[in-house]
Design a protein around this ligand. Sequence first.
Ligand code: AMP
Length: 218
Amino acid sequence: MNLKTTVFGPPATGKTTQAERIAEAYNIPHITTGQILREHKYEKTEYGRPVDYMDKGKLVPDELMIHILMILLRQPDYQQGFVLDGFPRTIKQAEALHEIHELDIAFLIDTEEYRLIERMGERMTCPNCDESYNLKSNPPERYGVCDTCGTELEHRTDDNREVLQQKIQEFREKTAKLVDFYEAYGILERINGNKPIDGVWQQIKNAIDSQFNAEEQR
Ligand code: AMP
């Protein structure tokens, strides 16, 4: 399926878990900007080091993000489809993306704020492969150990209350504007993120299947 989509929402809303499911179910590549940045977080760029923004819960400058993503998304591997996770996060990023790819659907996973704080505390991440777990709803098979590569799990350095509040603020001020942007293109799909992982996934899957079934019948 030639599906081009993005998953956005407030921090700790489960974007990566759902994007992984989309990638697997529809056989498309998954691009997580948070992971790309964590792999290069100490690199010096002309806009500073990504870690200096990430550990404060601030968005990395648009110029750097757009530069990285535009190089990636022009590669042949991404011409037939992809699921973006954590990009775009600003109108500038959305405009740059739109110039080279038109998305089919943009998913907003909407979650109540108190649940974000709960989820952040329950989240553990693998420092080696970036696999993310939730100690309650999606625990690893062995406590504290990554199922995929066996590395000891950690809390992310940006998983604390103060940083989360800053990330929520960045979301409200910058990323929430994408709602109007994608609504104007008629491709916004609001997902209730307060449900368990399977319930969120069912809504996403239904939205994709009904859009593509409708296109086939046309
Ligand atoms: P995430 O793993 O999606 O929570 O991203 C972790 C951090 O990476 C964010 O708090 C930002 O500092 C940075 N980041 C990820 N994606 C973007 C983006 N599209 N634009 C700016 N900063 C980003």
